[in-house]
Design a binder for this molecule. Structure first.
Ligand SMILES: Nc1ncnc2c1ncn2[C@@H]1O[C@H](COP(=O)(O)OP(=O)(O)OP(=O)(O)O)[C@@H](O)[C@H]1O
Ligand SMILES: [Mg+2]
Length: 241
């Protein structure tokens, strides 16, 4: 069964259409990369999946369950999200940023939550930064805390919205490295990113979204070597430069 099934989704903001008839499915362990110009609806699409935004028409299913029939807290636990701006709490240490959800959503004891947080910090290479506050961490380290926070909830799917685009170029690689490890480990990931090296090496398929519509979807090889649409070819060749 598909982990995620998006069926004929439409979404407008103030009568301005943003997503039109968007449909696709993701299987377990699949890595889907979404690319498209600014304003094409990429973030809106991700936000619809965990109901930060409501769709107008169509339906979205998580493991076969329509997302409106899933409790909102439960949905946010099952669908992790990693944001462009990290969205960490600045007054909490790296460890506390992770234990917060474990305690409040999963109801773990402080001791178990801390042990789990430390385990995930170690997985993203930050075992020695548990007591650091976000301001004491580099952008790349902050984003790795953001990824550890998402992972610690044992999600079925993680959404990434341009996770490296706020980073200095020299810090991008460490975050993409963690994402590649996750992909290799079988995590199901829906990623908005323009990092085409990552897409080529990790994506099961790439979706090109333009003006709220899926123009084309296919394997990295198909889209890079043999795109069906001129718009896809033009967009990808611009990205390469
Ligand atoms: N909360 C909102 N209220 C009104 N309009 C919105 C809202 N969020 C997004 N939009 C509009 O919807 C369209 C799609 O925005 P979205 O953020 O999904 O695009 P995007 O593909 O993620 O762009 P970018 O690459 O710049 O992040 C844009 O025209 C945007 O102005
Ligand atoms: Mg966006």
């Amino acid at each position: 069964m598909s982990v995620l099934r998006i069926e004929n989704v439409d979404k407008s903001y103030d009568d301005e259409p943003v997503l039109h008839d968007v449909s696709f499915e993701m299987e377990r362990q699949q890595v889907e990369v979404i690319v498209g110009p600014s304003g094409s609806g990429k973030s809106t699409l991700l936000r619809c999946v965990n109901r930060l935004t409501e769709i107008d028409d169509g339906a979205i299913y998580l493991d076969g369950e329509e997302i409106h029939s899933v409790d909102e807290n439960e949905l946010r636990r099952r669908v992790g999200m990693v944001f462009q701006d990290f969205s960490l709490f600045s007054h909490l240490t790296a460890r506390r940023n992770i234990t917060l959800g474990l305690r409040e959503v999963l109801g773990l004891s402080e001791e178990r939550a801390e042990a789990k947080a430390d385990d995930y910090l170690e997985r993203v290479g930050l075992a020695d930064q548990a007591e650091s506050y976000p301001a004491e961490l580099s952008g790349g380290q902050q984003q790795r805390v953001g990824i550890a926070r998402a992972l610690a909830m044992d999600p079925e799917l993680i959404l990434f919205d341009e996770p490296t685009s706020a980073l200095d170029p020299e810090l991008i690689g460490e975050v993409l490295g963690v994402m590649k490890d996750l992909a290799d480990g079988g995590m199901t990931m829906l990623c908005v990113t323009h990092e085409m090296g990552f897409a080529r090496s990790a994506a099961s398929s790439i979706t090109f979204l333009d003006e709220g519509r899926i123009v084309e979807r296919g394997s990295p090889d198909q889209l890079f070597e043999n795109p069906e649409s001129d718009r896809t070819a033009a967009f990808l060749s611009d990205l390469h430069q």
